[in-house]
Ligand binder design. Structure first.
Ligand code: ATP
Length: 513
């Protein structure tokens, strides 16, 4: 199946099974805004819990906060967002569609990479066991020719971005003959800058009202609280502050479902360090965050680092952790070495000292910062994409199953009476009453057992138990495993022991130590 079709299926699966709905669905939705349904909210909460615990529980020197969405308007002057939080946008005159110029060029770069991969795949097929990929990549004239074009484009693109040269960005689009995916034409407007912040008014009268912004990142809530937390928590460098919260960006190109939203959620941690040590910490956080992703078990081949060509004005190193989605490797998380830019800017704008007194050296300085910033929604989407499978069974049937990591699954155990009589429902309820304190259990009595199993597979429930007539005599149930569909007879008294450890967030956290 084409990857585009797979993605469409995942989107409709999310809606059909109560994971993600378009916002205000009864009014036909609102562009790039989504609501999480009864299963989605559980999965999302589990992702957040996994992140929070990995930061705050596993690190003695990381604490959390929960700052307000609204912040003093000067915050965004100081951070540079009022003047520089822009995307270069370009319109196609025929389709009237608007695109990010940088994204169009990045997609073109990806096309060159795909071409190279195709050449490699063709050669691998032809030469079979004799194939040496490394040698082929470095000697094939065809591959070298495409790679040279790609590298030239890459260099030109990086230079244009670094210089903020909008005319050059447009020229690249023209020279590369990039067409609008909708109209198929090259009738492009100039490239313009577009600020991504949403604003609103605070205060009751028009005179007294001041313009404030919906925060475009959660990070600034941490920076403005640096002194509060450092002093009240008596924190010693290096230490971190973690936060999970909503962020808002008026994205120009709102495509790809919850990958790019206008209202989304971030999990950010700012790690304050002694100046001069930041690049070591940057390297360490890269490894720590990659390990966090990989502990979920989706396979290391689905992740890669993408180091930035264009560093933001505040950064001295930056990388993305990219995850393989049906539409290519895409950023899920950014790790940035933000220098002392933010704290120094806030100190300048508020007129107060924002520093750290180092008791070891008896000097005061502005700490440097390593930021790890991951989007909850993008993480949710990657988990969904890698869990979704239409599995062909031996009997010729197909089942749709979500192989969610058990620790993230919305429901951990479904308890099903074989029939709706003879005391079986009561026995099933009894089991749930006992286990619900330990993990999320659901009762299901409608339809045949086969259909009920499929329903649970589709929402990723790792365990089902069936209560039958023998259960009343021997206090045993049939335990069914989602991925293998294996069934086992087990005593009710053993259920908690078998299931709890496998579905707990702790089981994944232990892999990180
Ligand atoms: P992009 O280049 O894709 O626009 P970004 O580099 O601007 O992303 P950051 O500012 O580094 O993103 O934000 C950190 C994280 O927040 C991203 O890695 C992503 O997971 C998430 N994020 C950013 N913008 C959005 C959005 N519009 N919708 C959903 N998640 C987002």
């Amino acid at each position: 199946m084409a990857q585009e079709d797979v993605f469409k299926k995942i989107v409709s699966h999310c809606k059909e099974y109560g994971f993600v709905f378009p916002s205000s669905d009864i009014y036909d939705g609102l562009g790039a805004v989504y609501d999480y349904g009864q299963n989605g909210v559980e999965l999302k909460n589990n992702i957040k819990q996994y992140w929070w615990q990995s930061m705050v529980l596993l690190h003695e020197n990381i604490v959390g906060i929960d700052a307000a969405i609204f912040m003093h308007p000067t915050t965004w002057k100081a951070s540079g967002h009022v003047d520089a939080f822009n995307d270069p946008l370009i319109d196609n005159r025929d389709s009237k569609k608007r695109y990010r110029a940088d994204v169009l060029i990045e997609e073109q770069l990806a096309k060159y990479d795909e071409k190279i991969d195709k050449e490699v795949a063709k050669a691998a097929k032809r030469f079979k066991d004799q194939f040496n990929e490394e040698q082929f990549r470095s000697t094939s004239p065809r591959v070298l020719e495409i790679a040279a074009k790609r590298d030239a484009l890459h260099e030109r693109f990086a230079n244009a971005l670094n210089a903020g040269d909008l005319t050059e960005l447009r020229q690249i689009i023209l020279d590369e003959e990039i067409v609008c995916p909708i109209s198929g034409t090259r009738n492009w407007t100039d490239v313009r800058q577009f600020n991504l912040m949403f604003s609103t008014e605070m205060g009751s009268t028009a005179d007294g009202a001041s313009k404030i912004y919906l925060r475009p990142e959660t990070a600034q809530g941490i920076f403005v609280n640096y002194m509060n937390v450092q002093k009240t928590g008596r924190m010693k460098l290096p230490f971190g502050i973690a936060q999970i919260g909503k962020a808002f960006r008026n994205e120009i190109v709102a495509r790809q479902f919850i990958f790019r939203m206008r209202e989304f959620e971030q999990m950010e941690m700012q790690f304050f360090v002694k100046p001069g040590t930041e690049l070591d910490w940057f390297a360490q956080w890269k490894q720590t965050r990659m390990a966090w992703h990989q502990a979920l078990g989706f396979g290391a081949e689905n992740y890669r680092f993408h180091d930035h060509d264009k560093l933001a004005h505040y950064a001295n190193a930056a990388t993305d952790i990219e995850f393989k989605l049906p539409f290519g490797f895409k950023e899920v998380e950014g790790i940035h070495s933000r220098t002392n830019f933010d704290l120094s800017q806030h100190a300048k704008y508020c007129g107060k000292k924002i520093e750290y007194f180092d008791p070891e050296t008896n000097e005061s300085y502005t700490p440097y910062v390593i930021e790890t910033s991951i989007g909850v929604d993008r993480m949710f989407l990657s988990v969904m994409c890698h869990s979704y499978e239409e599995e062909k069974l031996e009997n010729g049937e197909t089942r749709t199953v979500l192989h969610l990591p058990a620790a993230l699954a919305p429901v951990k155990l479904a308890v099903m009476p074989l029939v709706k009589k003879d005391g079986l429902p009561e026995k099933a309820e009894e089991i749930i009453k006992d286990l619900r304190f330990h993990f999320n259990c659901k009762y299901d009595e409608k339809d045949s057992i086969g259909k009920r199993y499929r329903r649970q597979d589709a929402i990723g429930t790792p365990f089902c138990v069936t209560v039958d007539h023998d259960t009343l005599k021997d206090n045993c149930v049939t335990l069914r495993y989602r991925d293998t569909m294996e069934q086992k007879r087990v005593p009710i008294a053993d259920l908690r022991g078998i299931i709890e450890d496998q579905v707990s967030i702790t089981s994944v956290l232990k892999k990180l130590l």
